[in-house]
Ligand binder design. Structure first.
Ligand SMILES: C[S@@+](CC[C@H](N)C(=O)[O-])C[C@H]1O[C@@H](n2cnc3c(N)ncnc32)[C@H](O)[C@@H]1O
Length: 212
């Protein structure tokens, strides 16, 4: 699998615009889950693929956020969100497969709708585990591969190619559940669920956490 991020001069800014425009809708469909998963977060959070900052509204004011975001077109939106939600933001223009933070240095890492897109998700999860302190928590919401021979599996397979192209490498049918389960965390808690929306290829989803 590739762990490069190629920024496209058309789709890069377009995706930044789309994710900013969708932020309110994402709040409606994922808001409750995010509030629950991020509850009691520590004062510093590392977020992989922070996008336009759609998760900041769930972080406490004054939180230190290290945002790993390779699409530079998202950065201005990240800064705007940080201002709006009173977050101390540090942006790192890096990919999740090559995080430059020290081993055992953070307590809480967040990924929402990102492991579908990273070039090498195994490497990304390995990096997350490396930077987490013992007992640190990796919290995630991801859309995942549907059960074989179901309507959603058919939709995912049919739409995979255009979706992958348009959303800069997003896989509609990645088995992220297995990747997380076999990544060597001390304990993993994953709930499968179906958050329906007009974005049919991103049903079903998983939500949960993994403890180092
Ligand atoms: C579907 S968006 C999700 C954005 C945000 N997490 C949210 O929930 O709204 C995927 C994000 O992952 C970022 N991304 C893509 N490849 C990445 C990689 N290899 N490492 C880290 N982030 C990546 C994209 O630039 C984009 O911001």
């Amino acid at each position: 699998m590739s762990s490069k991020f190629e920024l496209n001069s058309f789709r890069g800014p377009l995706n930044a615009w789309i994710f900013k425009a969708l932020s309110g809708y994402m709040d409606r469909i994922f808001g409750k889950t995010k509030s629950k998963l991020f509850k009691d977060h520590p004062s510093t959070i590392v977020e992989i693929g922070a996008g336009t900052g759609s998760n900041m509204r769930y972080y406490r004011k004054g939180t230190h956020l290290i945002a790993i975001e390779p699409n530079v077109h998202m950065h201005e939106n990240l800064r705007e969100s940080a201002k709006k939600f009173d977050i101390n933001l540090k942006i790192k223009s890096l990919i999740g497969e090559a995080i430059d933070l020290p081993d055992n240095s953070c307590e809480f890492v967040v990924s929402t709708l990102v492991l579908c897109t990273v070039g090498d998700p195994e490497m990304c999860i390995t990096q997350v585990k490396r930077i987490l302190k013992p007992s640190g928590r990796f919290v995630f919401i991801e859309h995942v591969k549907a059960k074989e021979h179901t309507l959603f599996s058919l939709i995912q397979n049919i739409l995979h190619k255009p979706w992958h192209w348009f959303f800069e490498g997003c896989h509609t049918n990645r088995d992220t559940t297995s990747l997380i389960k076999r990544s060597g965390f001390r304990s993993v808690s994953i709930e499968n669920y179906n958050q329906y929306s007009p974005f049919l290829p991103i049903v079903p989803q998983i939500r949960g956490y993994a403890i180092k």
